[in-house]
Design a binder for this molecule. Structure first.
Ligand code: GLC
Length: 536
């Protein structure tokens, strides 16, 4: 383990959905050739690494998380050469690229499953998890609650039940079979040899099943994941392995191992609490969850996010808080999904810039590497009339022209949003380029300001008591500098007395360079104010 800082610990990520970004060949689906043309936009945000949603051949029953062939590109997106061209173009701009690695399951259209179900004696039969009764592992929860009654589905062709933690079109792989490990190692090497910079490993807690457990976070799962990490360390040392494990902080810690498992884990529990704190105008949920968050090994990092391609998950809150979040943020039944909320960021914030700014200033000053979900940088809306999580995956809005500049086709994979508030006619990149305080320019400003400060990229965090539950304050500090972050979560002005022993005035506000430095310890905070104070 080294104490040097790795690139990913200080990176800002951009989550990119190729189908949604730019359609270059006019078939209504975004593609890699189109995305290449839009790399300037991604670069202009000041991000360092792109995470691409699954881009493999797939019947798209789960939007690509049902992989039919791990070593190719979905024909809608182009081919392997197009992918390589995209990768080169990103690298030329200093942008790294990580892709999704779906290890837990395949599509039922994958050749392995097709052969496995058709023939008991096939070498692929044992690639999956079968049962004659479908009664085993009864203590395992169902994740896609709205659509799947069981984790077992009977397959007529196979004459047996097969195990699946997600849709029934996504049979789980059998990690008790060493041949499956070998397949995964082959796939991992295939993409890393092409030159990607790492993986976001999907749904990692569920790889193994054991009777009498909830089949999550099992020791066998961690043992296999450590092998994956060893492969990276030995053969691709600069690459990153990211865990998608939607778990409580104490269950997440083992995914970092002793610095020998994942380099990064998404911090799922902090996310809903940011929205909670904002609406309640009370910092308590944020303070509590960060106090509960354990130290992580040197060389590792959290990934933080406000929204992503899935529903805003409420798995990591109490039942009571979940009901409250649904009442506040999902007033219409169509906005709910499974244990979450299928809405985009700007609509969740009622499209109010001050609230957006407060949340972002807070989010971007937290420890961890932040992720921006495509479209949120311009405050795109959602389409709750589309099924599943698709309403948050509509085409990127570039201009006020046909299909928002996404495609020349007459029909696009999903309709471009054209509602009154969030439609492409109003919300698009081109319009926001020229507006000084647009979401786009604010995003750029905040990311740039953050990335210019080592203490924000990597520093320790220390809460400061303000005696006011609406006023959140903390230091971020490293060996070079310290920054004092101060937020008023309330929609009313708040007064605080800054009485920390180690405070020296004046301090200058990075977020409001035009304002006079702070010289007094008695501070009146404007409604929803956000400050990042620094010493000159
Ligand atoms: C992850 C993905 C989600 C997908 C699921 C099954 O949670 O983020 O989109 O449906 O895994 O692969």
């Amino acid at each position: 383990m080294s104490n040097q800082t790795n690139w990913y610990q200080e990176a800002v990520f951009y989550e990119l959905y190729i189908r949604a970004y730019r359609d270059e060949n006019g078939d209504g689906h975004g593609d890699f050739r189109g995305a290449i043309k839009k790399l300037d936009h991604i670069q202009s945000l000041g991000v360092n690494c792109i995470w691409i949603l699954p881009m493999y051949p797939s019947p798209l029953r789960d939007d690509g998380y049902d992989v039919a062939d791990y070593m190719d590109i979905h024909p809608d997106y182009g081919n392997l050469d197009d992918f390589k061209a995209f990768l080169d173009a990103a690298h030329e701009r200093g942008l790294r690229v990580v892709t999704d690695l779906v290890m837990n399951h395949t599509s039922d259209q994958h050749r392995w499953f097709q052969e496995a179900r058709a023939d008991h004696n096939s070498e692929y039969r044992d690639y999956y998890v079968w049962s004659d009764t479908g009664t085993e592992y009864a203590d395992t929860r169902i994740i896609f609650l709205d659509s799947e009654p069981s984790n077992w589905t009977y397959d007529e062709v196979a004459g047996q039940y097969f195990w699946h933690r997600f849709y029934r079109t996504q049979p789980d792989l059998n990690y008790d079979n060493p041949a499956v490990h070998e397949e995964m190692f082959k796939i991992i090497r295939f993409w890393l040899d092409i030159g990607i910079d790492g993986f976001r490993a999907d749904a990692v807690p569920y790889l193994y099943q054991r009777e009498g457990t909830n089949c999550e976070n099992l020791p066998e799962t961690h043992a296999f994941l450590k092998q994956v990490r060893r492969l990276l360390d030995e053969e691709y040392p600069d690459c990153v392995l990211i865990a998608e494990a939607n778990m409580w902080p104490e269950d997440l810690l083992p995914y970092f191992g002793d610095g020998d498992e994942f380099h990064m884990c998404f911090h799922f529990p902090i996310m809903p609490r940011l929205f909670m704190a904002l609406k309640r105008e009370d910092k308590t949920p944020i303070v509590k969850i960060l106090e509960q968050t354990p130290e992580i090994p040197p060389g590792t990092q959290w990934l933080t996010f406000l929204r992503n391609h899935d529903e805003l998950t409420l798995e990591m809150v109490t039942e009571e808080d979940r009901q409250w979040m649904w009442e506040q943020y999902a007033p219409e039944p169509r906005m709910k999904q499974n244990l979450g909320i299928r809405r985009r960021l700007a609509p969740l914030l009622d499209n109010e810039t001050p609230r957006w700014l407060l949340l972002h200033a807070l989010f971007l000053s937290l420890p961890g590497a932040p992720i921006v979900y495509y479209g949120d940088e311009i405050g795109m809306g959602d389409n709750i009339w589309l099924p599943d999580r698709h309403g948050c995956r509509t085409p990127m809005q570039w201009t006020a022209e046909k299909n928002g500049g996404f495609s020349e086709a007459d029909t696009t994979y999903f309709p471009v949003n054209d509602d009154e508030v969030f439609g492409y006619q109003q919300v698009n990149v081109a319009a926001q380029e020229d507006e000084e305080f647009s979401y786009l320019n604010l995003t750029r400003f905040l990311i740039r300001t953050r990335q210019n400060q080592p203490a924000l990229r990597q520093g320790e965090m220390e809460f400061v008591e303000t005696g006011n539950t609406a006023v959140l304050a903390y230091w971020r500090r490293n060996s070079q500098q310290r920054i004092f972050c101060l937020f008023n979560l309330s929609t009313k002005p708040q007064q605080v007395e800054l009485n920390m022993k180690d405070l020296h005035l004046p301090m200058r506000d990075l977020l409001h360079p035009e304002i006079e430095p702070l010289t007094e310890t008695a501070v009146v905070l404007e409604p929803q104010a956000a400050h990042w104070y620094i010493y000159d």
